[in-house]
Design a protein around this ligand. Structure first.
Ligand code: ATP
Length: 242
């Protein structure tokens, strides 16, 4: 079991944003983290990647916790943030080399993987450019390439579909499916429900910092008593509950 979030409450100050959140992402599965603006998706992700500490509860990745071995824990997670984090003074090549160092990757092997990733995202002729000047989608592709050159056990992708062109969305899905096949776990926060329904194996529906429901589409249909409903229908039903 790759990612286990167990009874996590937490947030930014004393008043918790997350309340007793429990879910898991098994190896070889893609789980969609779904919820309205402000439901707590990014806050959940910040707890998993260690930017925030839970007030109560535990988070493990392949049995590791941040407290037991911070380096191994962080090294087992590849994170694609919603807003790309880029340094104005570094070229694309330097960004990638920095990420290789941070993950302790073998440079030759990493560049071998990057040859394909950069060609896929049409960035292969831009290694000496400054990504800070790239378009929004191009910046996102830099973050995706940096994440997918690693052999992480858990991939966390925050709202991947909104800034990418349709070809890039297709390419990202290909990369996610390859990681699934390799046995990695993928947690994906998104508002693009039709795409999530098509590609995720399971879903965690967050509402007001709590897990309202979780499981496969068919489990959610049972839970909401909506046979044949789409993820979009289930989401709308959740938002209309009192
Ligand atoms: N840095 C912060 N300091 C204090 N409160 C915050 C901070 N960031 C988010 N919050 C609060 O935490 C709650 C959950 O926000 P979060 O960003 O996790 O939502 P989200 O589900 O990711 O929303 P969105 O779909 O808009 O990205 C909100 O009430 C928000 O106001």
């Amino acid at each position: 079991m790759s990612l286990e979030v167990t009874n996590v409450s937490g947030g930014y100050g004393r008043v918790p944003v997350l309340h007793d959140v429990t879910f898991s992402v098994p190896d070889g599965q893609v789980v969609g983290l779904i919820g309205l603006n402000g439901a707590g998706k990014s806050t959940t992700i910040k707890h998993i990647i260690g930017l925030l500490q839970p007030q109560t509860g535990t988070i493990t990745v392949d049995g590791l916790t941040l407290a037991s071995d911070a380096n191994a824990y962080r090294g087992s997670i590849a994170y694609v943030p919603e807003t790309p984090v880029l340094y104005p003074e570094l070229t694309l090549r330097e960004h990638l080399e920095l990420a290789m160092m941070a993950y302790g990757l073998d440079q030759q092997q990493a560049w071998h993987k990057l040859d394909r990733l950069l060609a896929m995202f049409r960035l292969d002729n831009k290694l000496d450019w400054f990504p800070d000047n790239f378009s929004k989608g191009m910046k996102q592709k830099v973050m995706i390439a940096s994440a997918f050159m690693t052999d992480a056990q858990l991939f966390i992708i925050d709202e991947p579909f909104t800034g990418l062109d349709p070809v890039a969305v297709h390419d990202l899905i290909t990369l996610v499916n390859e990681q699934k096949a390799r046995g990695a776990a993928v947690l994906m926060s998104t508002h693009v429900l039709a795409t999530a329904q098509e590609y995720a194996d399971g879903f965690v529906l967050l509402r007001d910092g709590q897990v309202r429901a979780q499981g496969s589409l068919s489990a959610l249909r049972d839970e909401f008593n909506l046979p044949n409903a789409s993820l979009d229908d289930i989401y709308m039903a959740m938002t209309q509950e009192v």
